[in-house]
Write a protein that binds this ligand. Sequence first.
Ligand SMILES: [Zn+2]
Ligand SMILES: [Zn+2]
Length: 439
Amino acid sequence: MGLGYGPVVALYTALSVGGIAWKLNSAWWTMTYGKGQGGGGQMDPSEAARTLQAMLQSSVVVALLVNLLVNFFLLVTLSMKTVFFGQLSLVETQKVVERLINYVLFKGLFLTWVVRPEMMQIAVWLAWFSVLGFLKMFQGLARDRLERLNASPSATMLAHIRVYTVLLFVLLFDLLWMQLCLLLFKDTGTSTFLLLLFEPLSIAFDTLQAVIVHGMQLLDTWQRQNLDISAHDISLQPSERSAAGAAWEWRGTVVRNCSFVMDIVSLLLALGHCVHIWWLRGLAFQVVDAILFLNLRALLSAISKRIKGFMRLRAAMTTLQGALPDATQDELLGYEDDCAICKEPMARAKRLPCAHLFHLACLRSWLDQGLADTYSCPTCRRPLFMGGFRTATNNLQRLVDVPTASPGTNETQAQVAQRQDLAAAPSPPLTTLTPAPAP
Ligand SMILES: [Zn+2]
Ligand SMILES: [Zn+2]
């Protein structure tokens, strides 16, 4: 939705309001003056009700009302988009359009082939799906935006909170909507009830997951900012720093496991919905069955992919720290580029087998995104771990086993502290792309 639609929608809303007001006014006029009761006569409640009923039977009034509702809905959507997201990027717009098309197609199919509603019911279903689609689109948009903000180190806390509010709003509204669903459709029979409940339930799960994951990240960013500030004031002891690192690591693990579990639950929910629809329809070997079958297959493969990806990620995360060597000062000075993931300068970095340098936190987030099937360098796509995980694990063992340097060696105290730090807390924060402080 571009920026130019706002005034048009607002105009249409105003026109519909004007039209309805005019209709109401003329009806009131006929009622009070049309029957010769004299100026400003008392309004009879039963007659008012009858007039309203008559008005609702007029197709012009109904058209005006529908127009008002649709435009009001669009107006709310556009305002929310402007207030919470501002201008959408091209990628975001593409994603929203893609999701919207998928949603409309699948729901359209669902209505025409599974529910087969009558004319009046169609309106109810359309309203139902519009509200849920609204929640779904905003949830997706908020997740995209938060991920983008996480990847940009210059994003402020306020920008995060602004988008995070949308997630909370969607969750709250969705829970209320589910409550409404429980109240209104409790008696419609289990099958219809389950069909209706699926979409709000799946939105609730997805949103809850995003709320937890991004809430943790928000907390993480906030703590890091605080730590950065206090680190400027008093020099923190290495033990304190490693303690903070351990806390972050713990939180990262929670986030990773939590999103895994909720992803699986959400996928199983969708699978159940799909099977339910099929069970309702019976096998008829029509086009819609083929679509359902493809959908089912995609869901099953998504579940298996998610499980495999999770196992692989766990293995990679534990080996990443030790498997890759730290870049030396000379390498850092000789490296002309910034970190290619966060575009920030590097004071400390990991050197990949292909000689590209990255922040450790950035590499972790790269792994966490799971963009590639095999873990590879974000710049040149060469494999991240040359000898596979086993060699990498051995490397880690060697790193931990290195005896503490004696005062006689030329290792600086900072290097010793750093190595002890690394051994004590092998994995600082996940997913958050906070670069090391600039030199
Ligand atoms: Zn970086
Ligand atoms: Zn590379």
